[in-house]
Ligand binder design. Structure first.
Ligand SMILES: *Cc1c(COP(=O)(O)O)cnc(C)c1O
Length: 375
């Protein structure tokens, strides 16, 4: 029996008390007769821009669309290169590919899950147009040195904050930058009841181009200025997200408390490496990710103890069939990334986890780790 599932949105909505509010919002929109590009979208975009300490929010049909259309709105396309983290969710690479540009992977720093700014400059070529830092697992990337390299080479920066709603970098909200993409996939820290995404920016031109691209390149019905697509955040999803947004900081606080408890308990255990928090970071723990060379054995033991786990991500992007034939790997290979794919293990985390559930996870991990070490 699974006593602590990896993640269950029904638990999350019920335990945090938002289910009734969500239901009321869905019903209200259902009866409103207005389902796209209406007042719910406008209200959520304004609220989310303010939450991010930024000026414009343009919501899209998914996080992927926010990345792809964001790149296209920056003028990136065929023949261009975009630097991406080697260790990330494959959507980052796919969004670059969808524009016709080429993703160029850069390894994480040793002991980190995030793009290593020290390796960034070596990946820049005459075709490089942009860099995409990803705030993976809810931990902000080291933005200042990345911005420095970007400025030196005239590169655009598009942040992927799909896992980092509410995080902060050196006291600045993730989302307050020049161009920051978010996902509202249901399991994200701020999630809809379906797909959704947004690009947050301080640039009125970029916001305007994105608004065109998400709606058939059209400002007024049947006037098409650009070859856009259809990627709009529905009114129902906007209303649900607006209900959840005021709860987000409290939910992230709870995630931080759980992560702290985990790290205190796991740091002394043999054969495990706990996730580091960089001095500049206020993370929001979208995932709590251990590293261990005994991953499969640990996973099995945790499953036996009723603790659900997942792997983010089991196959490095450059080794997925989608990219394996492309020879995007530098001559030095991507050894850190490949090792992470073999060693990472995500534990249950979320605002709904009770203290009892957290203690159950801790005792299961402790028992398993000590056992694996003896054996
Ligand atoms: C979820 C996610 C995306 C894609 O978002 P969707 O809304 O699923 O399209 C992109 N990048 C990262 C890092 C993600 O976690």
């Amino acid at each position: 029996m699974t006593e602590v599932p990896f993640f269950d949105l029904r638990d999350m909505h019920a335990a945090t008390g938002v289910q009734a509010e969500i239901d009321a919002a869905v019903l209200r929109v259902s009866r409103s007769g207005r389902y796209l590009l209406g007042p719910e979208l406008e209200a959520f975009e304004a609220a989310f821009a303010a939450y991010c300490d930024n000026t414009y929010c343009v919501a899209t049909g998914s996080g992927f669309a926010a990345l792809e259309l964001g790149l296209r709105a920056m003028g990136i396309g065929p023949g261009d290169e975009v630097i991406v983290p080697a260790h990330t969710f494959v959507a980052c690479w796919l969004a670059v590919s969808a524009t016709g540009a080429r993703p160029v992977p850069v390894e994480p720093a040793e002991g980190s899950f995030l793009l290593d700014p020290e390796l960034l400059e070596a990946a820049v070529t005459s075709r490089t147009r942009a860099v995409m830092p990803v705030h993976l697992y809810g931990h902000p990337a080291d933005l200042d040195p990345i911005a420095e390299v970007a400025e030196r080479h005239g590169l655009a920066v598009l942040e992927d904050a799909a896992q980092a709603h509410g995080a902060a970098y050196r006291g600045r909200r993730v989302g307050s930058g020049h161009a920051v993409a978010f996902s509202f996939y249901p399991g994200k820290n701020l999630g809809a009841l379906g797909d959704g995404g947004a690009l947050v920016t301080d640039d009125p031109g970029l916001a305007d181009r994105l608004r065109l691209l998400r709606n058939y390149g059209s400002r007024r019905k049947y006037e098409h200025e650009r070859r856009g697509t259809n990627s709009r955040l529905p009114e129902i999803q906007s209303a649900v997200l607006a209900v959840k947004l005021p709860h987000l900081d409290g939910w992230n606080d709870r995630r931080r408390a759980v992560a702290q408890r985990y790290t205190e308990a796991f740091a002394p255990l043999p054969g495990l490496t706990v996730p580091e928090v960089a001095p500049w970071a206020t993370p929001v723990w979208h995932q709590y990710v251990l590293r261990t060379p005994h991953r499969e054995a640990l996973r099995e033991r945790l499953a036996e103890a009723g603790v659900g786990t997942l792997i983010h991500y089991p196959v490095a992007c450059h080794r997925t069939p989608a990219y394996a034939a492309d020879r995007l790997t530098p001559s030095t290979g991507l050894p850190r990334t490949e090792r992470l794919a073999d060693e990472v293990l995500s534990l249950p985390i979320g605002p709904h986890l009770t203290d009892a559930a957290v203690e159950l996870v801790i005792s299961a991990v402790r028992t398993a780790a000590l056992h694996l070490h003896d054996g």
